[in-house]
Design a protein around this ligand. Structure first.
Ligand SMILES: Cc1cc2nc3c(=O)[nH]c(=O)nc-3n(C[C@H](O)[C@H](O)[C@H](O)COP(=O)(O)OP(=O)(O)OC[C@H]3O[C@@H](n4cnc5c(N)ncnc54)[C@H](O)[C@@H]3O)c2cc1C
Length: 547
């Protein structure tokens, strides 16, 4: 045991409670179990939700889930989305084709949840369905939760931490008295998952089509197994309840809107899910209260424009789980948990802003503004502007976490503090693997990007300190000539090479800091601030840990 007080140590033997077994709760629970942290996951529902709200699984999500052994690129689960096509008054205005690194998979949410549930159960975990969180109290070292089980009885249990991943209506958030401020859009939306038959036009099943007109927005998105999702703004006067209640009536409404707003010549049949819903843009006032954290829809909801809700929520769970695991094990200062909210709040704010902008652009009524929107869309399409900004953002690759790291080596470097480490291929035991995926997702990595020079004393001292004091939390890896090796590899040393670049990479593969070899002591200071040493000495108190 390291520099923690006795009572905190006792609390750290308690499990973590994950409330909600949607995609966000399942990710949090599976990540924690992978780190060998005891977890209980409960959900009020009878079992997994059967309809697919989310369809777009963006590259960063694919990568996070691959870390859990879930590969959504499996053709049995879905298909890659080739691109987006926008039409205004039935004239093409924007055509975006994804490149390999920004291309999402189209996978139904139930398939993602099934795969995550399997990842959880493969690690010995489970979900207790029909178990609802009904009460929460917390003290400095533990949280007491009241759970109502399938038989109607209630049970009180203690936990070290609670992750509230219980969706937009979050009980956890309400019990904590955290406001959920924001707006509800003045228009409802309808969706229907149907088969489309084209009389005079065939849509590519691997594309998403958006038609904006005086009537509103209509999107047609190719789904797995030959269906299309019809997603459209509700016409005035159509009641939400009335649309969902009667599938035949709903199909007739969808057909009318398809004729009125779509490309024409399409017939919708065999609806499997028709739903009408309001769209909100809301943030929880806080994402943390003491030992309780909010993640996913419990913390933020926004328009489905851009298909980001599930992706962003899983990003929350991923950011939180490694921090909880390190603090729970007593390997890192509890201050590490303070970084969750500011990091995710900034990431989420950007997503909500983009989704809001896109939704408002869909629904513009002013003719002048619509002309300006279409001109801007044509310009973006012509010069492929989206390739450098919008699409990497949608792909989840542009999230930057706040950092005070100011690398002293002025050279342009692919290792940018606050950003994801590069994903270029490196050789591991003769096989090419993206760098990020070659790093252990549960540990920090000290990456030594060697340029041929014999390691100097500052680097040797750092590597020795890591081995002596943080070997259970930090891996040392050498990247030399495209090959990734364990430890401070001195193979291939030759005189005359350049000094190495040293990069400290977090377990979630964001770059914490980068220094030139002669400044190795800067990384040592960072580790001292962040991690407890294995010889029992505490971290320096009172310093922000990840900045
Ligand atoms: C039409 C539509 C399309 C969408 N498309 C996309 C898309 O393409 N890409 C994307 O990323 N996102 C999309 N989303 C958003 C995505 O579906 C959500 O962001 C995602 O489901 C949020 O996951 P979650 O785990 O946070 O919450 P949820 O999936 O809502 O899960 C919360 C769970 O908590 C349980 N629960 C609630 N209260 C309690 C309690 N008191 N005790 C115990 N359990 C409780 C519930 O039963 C539920 O299982 C879309 C949403 C909609 C509506």
């Amino acid at each position: 045991m390291t520099g923690q007080s006795e009572s905190a140590a006792a609390a750290s033997e308690l499990p973590v409670l994950v409330v909600g077994a949607g995609p966000v709760g399942l990710t949090a629970a599976a990540e924690l179990l992978r780190a060998n942290i005891p977890v209980r996951c409960v959900d009020a529902a009878e079992g997994p939700y059967q309809h697919s709200r989310s369809l777009a699984a963006w590259p960063r999500l694919l990568e996070i889930l691959r870390g859990l052994g879930v590969d959504l690129r499996d053709p049995a689960l879905g298909h890659p989305c080739g691109g987006l096509r926008y039409f205004s008054a039935n004239r093409p205005v924007l055509s975006l084709d994804f490149r390999a690194h920004t291309r999402p998979m189209i996978v139904g949410q139930p398939a993602i949840e099934r795969a995550l549930l399997a990842a959880l159960t493969n690690r010995g975990g489970s979900v207790r369905w029909r178990t609802r969180l009904v009460g929460l109290e917390q003290s400095e070292h533990r949280v007491r939760a009241r759970l109502s089980g399938p038989d109607g009885g209630t049970e009180c249990a203690e936990f070290a931490y609670v992750v509230g991943a219980d969706g937009a209506g979050s009980t956890v958030r309400k019990l904590l008295g955290i406001p959920f401020d924001g707006v509800t859009y003045p228009i409802d939306f309808l969706l229907a998952d149907v088969r489309l038959h084209g009389e005079n036009r065939v849509l590519d099943a691997d594309k998403a089509y958006y038609f904006v007109s005086d009537h509103g927005i209509l999107a047609l998105i190719g789904m797995p197994h030959g269906r299309f999702r019809v997603f459209t703004s509700a016409p005035p006067g159509l009641g939400r309840a009335e649309f969902g209640a009667d599938p035949d009536g709903a199909l007739a409404v969808v057909q009318r809107l398809l004729d009125e707003r779509g490309p024409g010549g399409l017939t919708a049949t065999e609806p499997v899910w028709c739903s009408a819903f309001a769209v909100h843009a809301r943030h929880a006032g806080r994402m943390r209260a003491g030992r309780v954290f909010l993640a996913g829809d419990a913390a933020h909801v926004h328009s489905p424009a851009g298909g980001q809700g599930l992706n962003t929520g899983v990003g929350d769970a991923h950011n939180l789980a490694w921090k909880l695991a390190m603090v729970w094990r007593g390997g890192a200062a509890p201050a590490l948990l303070d970084t969750y909210e500011p990091e995710r709040r900034a990431a989420v704010a950007a997503v909500v802003r983009d989704a809001d902008l896109q939704t408002k652009a869909w629904l513009l009524r002013n003719r002048g503004l619509r002309v300006a929107r279409d001109l801007a869309a044509r310009a973006v399409s012509a010069i492929r502007l989206a390739d450098i900004g919008y699409l990497p953002r949608l792909a989840g690759l542009r999230v930057r976490y706040p950092t005070d790291a100011r690398p002293r080596d002025a050279r342009r470097s692919p290792y940018r503090p606050g950003a994801l480490a590069p994903a270029w291929p490196v050789l591991v035991d003769g096989t090419a693997v993206p760098l990020r995926e070659a790093l252990d997702p549960g540990r920090f990595t000290l990456l030594i990007d060697r340029r041929g020079r014999v390691p100097g004393p500052a680097l040797r001292e750092l590597a020795d300190r890591v081995a002596a004091e943080w070997s259970s939390a930090v891996d040392v890896r050498t990247l030399y000539d495209g090959e990734l090796r364990s430890g401070l590899s001195e193979q291939d040393d030759r005189r005359g090479g350049r000094l190495a670049t040293l990069v400290l990479i977090r377990p979630d593969h964001y770059v914490l800091d980068r220094v030139a070899e002669r400044h190795a002591h800067v990384l040592r200071k960072r580790l001292e601030t962040l991690l407890y040493r294995e010889n029992g000495r505490p971290v320096e108190p009172g310093r922000p840990v990840l900045r």
